[in-house]
Design a protein around this ligand. Structure first.
Ligand code: URA
Length: 188
Protein backbone atom coordinates (compact mmCIF):
# COMPACT_ATOMS: atom_id res chain seq x y z
CA UNK A 1 0.00 0.00 0.00
CA UNK A 2 1.41 3.41 -0.95
CA UNK A 3 1.34 6.04 1.77
CA UNK A 4 1.40 9.07 -0.53
CA UNK A 5 -0.25 10.10 -3.79
CA UNK A 6 3.18 10.60 -5.36
CA UNK A 7 4.18 7.03 -4.53
CA UNK A 8 0.88 5.64 -5.83
CA UNK A 9 0.97 7.64 -9.05
CA UNK A 10 4.54 6.55 -9.66
CA UNK A 11 3.69 2.89 -8.99
CA UNK A 12 1.05 2.88 -11.71
CA UNK A 13 2.96 4.74 -14.43
CA UNK A 14 4.08 1.66 -16.31
CA UNK A 15 1.40 -0.74 -15.15
CA UNK A 16 1.26 -4.01 -17.06
CA UNK A 17 -0.78 -6.01 -14.58
CA UNK A 18 -3.42 -6.89 -17.16
CA UNK A 19 -3.96 -7.06 -20.92
CA UNK A 20 -5.64 -3.63 -21.10
CA UNK A 21 -2.15 -2.10 -21.00
CA UNK A 22 -1.62 -3.31 -24.57
CA UNK A 23 -4.40 -1.21 -26.08
CA UNK A 24 -4.54 1.87 -23.84
CA UNK A 25 -3.44 5.35 -24.88
CA UNK A 26 -3.44 6.71 -21.34
CA UNK A 27 -3.88 5.42 -17.82
CA UNK A 28 -6.93 7.17 -16.38
CA UNK A 29 -5.84 7.46 -12.78
CA UNK A 30 -8.59 9.55 -11.20
CA UNK A 31 -9.39 13.19 -10.71
CA UNK A 32 -10.72 15.64 -8.15
CA UNK A 33 -10.39 16.65 -4.55
CA UNK A 34 -7.99 14.32 -2.78
CA UNK A 35 -9.70 15.11 0.54
CA UNK A 36 -13.23 14.74 -0.81
CA UNK A 37 -16.06 13.59 1.42
CA UNK A 38 -17.69 11.98 -1.60
CA UNK A 39 -16.02 9.64 -4.07
CA UNK A 40 -17.57 8.40 -7.33
CA UNK A 41 -16.57 5.09 -8.84
CA UNK A 42 -17.43 4.26 -12.46
CA UNK A 43 -16.65 1.32 -14.65
CA UNK A 44 -13.72 2.11 -16.90
CA UNK A 45 -12.49 4.74 -19.36
CA UNK A 46 -14.17 5.13 -22.73
CA UNK A 47 -12.57 6.52 -25.89
CA UNK A 48 -12.58 10.17 -24.74
CA UNK A 49 -11.19 9.31 -21.32
CA UNK A 50 -8.49 7.10 -22.86
CA UNK A 51 -7.48 9.96 -25.15
CA UNK A 52 -7.48 12.65 -22.47
CA UNK A 53 -6.42 10.65 -19.41
CA UNK A 54 -9.31 11.86 -17.25
CA UNK A 55 -12.43 9.98 -16.09
CA UNK A 56 -15.93 10.96 -17.23
CA UNK A 57 -15.09 13.59 -19.81
CA UNK A 58 -17.24 12.13 -22.62
CA UNK A 59 -21.03 12.21 -23.07
CA UNK A 60 -21.77 10.29 -19.87
CA UNK A 61 -19.44 12.61 -17.95
CA UNK A 62 -21.10 15.72 -19.32
CA UNK A 63 -24.46 14.39 -18.19
CA UNK A 64 -23.01 13.62 -14.77
CA UNK A 65 -21.67 17.19 -14.54
CA UNK A 66 -25.15 18.51 -15.33
CA UNK A 67 -26.64 16.36 -12.58
CA UNK A 68 -23.96 17.67 -10.18
CA UNK A 69 -24.94 21.22 -11.07
CA UNK A 70 -28.63 20.46 -10.55
CA UNK A 71 -28.03 19.37 -6.96
CA UNK A 72 -25.37 21.96 -6.11
CA UNK A 73 -22.36 19.68 -6.21
CA UNK A 74 -19.11 20.75 -7.86
CA UNK A 75 -17.04 18.27 -9.84
CA UNK A 76 -13.90 19.77 -8.24
CA UNK A 77 -15.23 18.94 -4.76
CA UNK A 78 -15.52 15.19 -5.31
CA UNK A 79 -13.03 12.50 -6.27
CA UNK A 80 -13.78 10.43 -9.38
CA UNK A 81 -12.21 7.11 -10.34
CA UNK A 82 -13.07 3.86 -12.11
CA UNK A 83 -12.89 0.13 -11.44
CA UNK A 84 -10.28 -0.19 -14.19
CA UNK A 85 -7.86 2.54 -15.17
CA UNK A 86 -7.33 1.49 -18.77
CA UNK A 87 -9.94 1.38 -21.52
CA UNK A 88 -11.52 -1.98 -22.27
CA UNK A 89 -11.49 -2.35 -26.08
CA UNK A 90 -14.76 -1.35 -27.80
CA UNK A 91 -16.10 -0.25 -24.38
CA UNK A 92 -16.83 -3.79 -23.30
CA UNK A 93 -17.22 -4.43 -19.56
CA UNK A 94 -13.96 -4.99 -17.70
CA UNK A 95 -13.30 -8.71 -17.28
CA UNK A 96 -12.89 -10.15 -13.78
CA UNK A 97 -9.12 -10.61 -14.09
CA UNK A 98 -8.73 -6.98 -15.24
CA UNK A 99 -10.84 -5.61 -12.39
CA UNK A 100 -8.99 -7.82 -9.92
CA UNK A 101 -5.59 -6.63 -11.18
CA UNK A 102 -6.62 -2.98 -10.88
CA UNK A 103 -8.55 -3.05 -7.61
CA UNK A 104 -5.55 -2.56 -5.32
CA UNK A 105 -4.90 0.83 -6.91
CA UNK A 106 -8.49 1.86 -6.28
CA UNK A 107 -8.37 0.57 -2.68
CA UNK A 108 -5.25 2.64 -2.18
CA UNK A 109 -7.02 5.71 -3.57
CA UNK A 110 -9.94 5.15 -1.16
CA UNK A 111 -7.51 4.87 1.77
CA UNK A 112 -5.81 8.13 0.76
CA UNK A 113 -9.03 10.10 0.05
CA UNK A 114 -10.86 8.75 3.14
CA UNK A 115 -14.34 9.52 1.73
CA UNK A 116 -17.40 9.34 3.96
CA UNK A 117 -19.54 8.30 1.00
CA UNK A 118 -18.80 6.31 -2.13
CA UNK A 119 -21.26 6.51 -5.01
CA UNK A 120 -21.14 3.36 -7.10
CA UNK A 121 -22.03 4.16 -10.69
CA UNK A 122 -23.65 1.13 -12.26
CA UNK A 123 -23.48 -2.60 -12.00
CA UNK A 124 -19.75 -3.11 -12.64
CA UNK A 125 -18.77 -0.75 -9.81
CA UNK A 126 -21.42 -2.23 -7.51
CA UNK A 127 -20.45 -5.86 -8.06
CA UNK A 128 -16.71 -5.28 -7.84
CA UNK A 129 -16.91 -3.20 -4.67
CA UNK A 130 -19.79 -4.71 -2.70
CA UNK A 131 -20.02 -8.20 -4.20
CA UNK A 132 -21.45 -10.19 -7.10
CA UNK A 133 -24.65 -10.86 -5.15
CA UNK A 134 -25.71 -7.21 -5.52
CA UNK A 135 -27.87 -6.17 -8.48
CA UNK A 136 -28.11 -2.53 -9.51
CA UNK A 137 -31.89 -2.51 -10.07
CA UNK A 138 -32.65 -3.64 -6.52
CA UNK A 139 -29.75 -1.86 -4.84
CA UNK A 140 -29.88 1.64 -6.29
CA UNK A 141 -30.99 4.35 -3.93
CA UNK A 142 -30.31 2.21 -0.84
CA UNK A 143 -27.44 2.83 1.55
CA UNK A 144 -24.99 0.07 2.32
CA UNK A 145 -22.58 0.70 5.20
CA UNK A 146 -19.28 -1.15 5.37
CA UNK A 147 -16.36 -0.38 7.66
CA UNK A 148 -17.59 3.16 8.30
CA UNK A 149 -18.03 4.07 4.63
CA UNK A 150 -21.54 4.64 3.29
CA UNK A 151 -22.08 3.32 -0.23
CA UNK A 152 -24.81 4.61 -2.53
CA UNK A 153 -25.33 2.49 -5.61
CA UNK A 154 -26.98 4.29 -8.53
CA UNK A 155 -27.35 4.06 -12.29
CA UNK A 156 -24.29 4.53 -14.46
CA UNK A 157 -24.63 7.92 -16.25
CA UNK A 158 -24.45 6.10 -19.63
CA UNK A 159 -27.69 4.32 -18.67
CA UNK A 160 -29.35 7.74 -18.41
CA UNK A 161 -28.36 8.43 -22.01
CA UNK A 162 -30.19 5.28 -23.06
CA UNK A 163 -33.22 5.73 -20.80
CA UNK A 164 -34.22 9.27 -19.86
CA UNK A 165 -36.58 8.08 -17.11
CA UNK A 166 -33.55 6.98 -15.07
CA UNK A 167 -32.48 10.61 -14.69
CA UNK A 168 -35.08 11.11 -11.97
CA UNK A 169 -33.68 8.18 -9.96
CA UNK A 170 -30.14 9.42 -10.45
CA UNK A 171 -30.95 12.89 -9.11
CA UNK A 172 -32.93 11.35 -6.24
CA UNK A 173 -29.95 9.16 -5.28
CA UNK A 174 -27.53 12.08 -5.44
CA UNK A 175 -29.85 14.12 -3.25
CA UNK A 176 -29.72 11.37 -0.62
CA UNK A 177 -25.95 11.71 -0.76
CA UNK A 178 -26.12 15.50 -0.33
CA UNK A 179 -28.57 15.13 2.58
CA UNK A 180 -26.28 12.70 4.40
CA UNK A 181 -23.28 14.98 3.94
CA UNK A 182 -25.25 18.00 5.17
CA UNK A 183 -26.49 16.04 8.19
CA UNK A 184 -23.03 14.72 8.93
CA UNK A 185 -21.43 18.17 8.69
CA UNK A 186 -24.07 19.74 10.91
CA UNK A 187 -23.20 17.21 13.63
CA UNK A 188 -19.45 17.79 13.27
N1 URA B 1 -17.72 5.49 -18.12
C1 URA B 1 -17.08 5.10 -17.00
O1 URA B 1 -17.49 4.18 -16.31
N2 URA B 1 -16.00 5.79 -16.65
C2 URA B 1 -15.52 6.81 -17.35
O2 URA B 1 -14.52 7.38 -16.94
C3 URA B 1 -16.20 7.19 -18.51
C4 URA B 1 -17.29 6.51 -18.89
Amino acid sequence: MCKTWEELEKSILNCQKCKLCKTRQNIVFGVGNKNAQIMFIGEGPGADEDRLGEPFVGRAGKLMNMAFEAIGLKREDVYIANIVKCRPPANRNPEDDEAFACLDYLRNQVILVKPKIIVLLGSVALKNILGKEYGITESRGKWVEKKGIYYMPTWHPAALLRDETKKIDFIKDLKLVMDRIAENNSLA
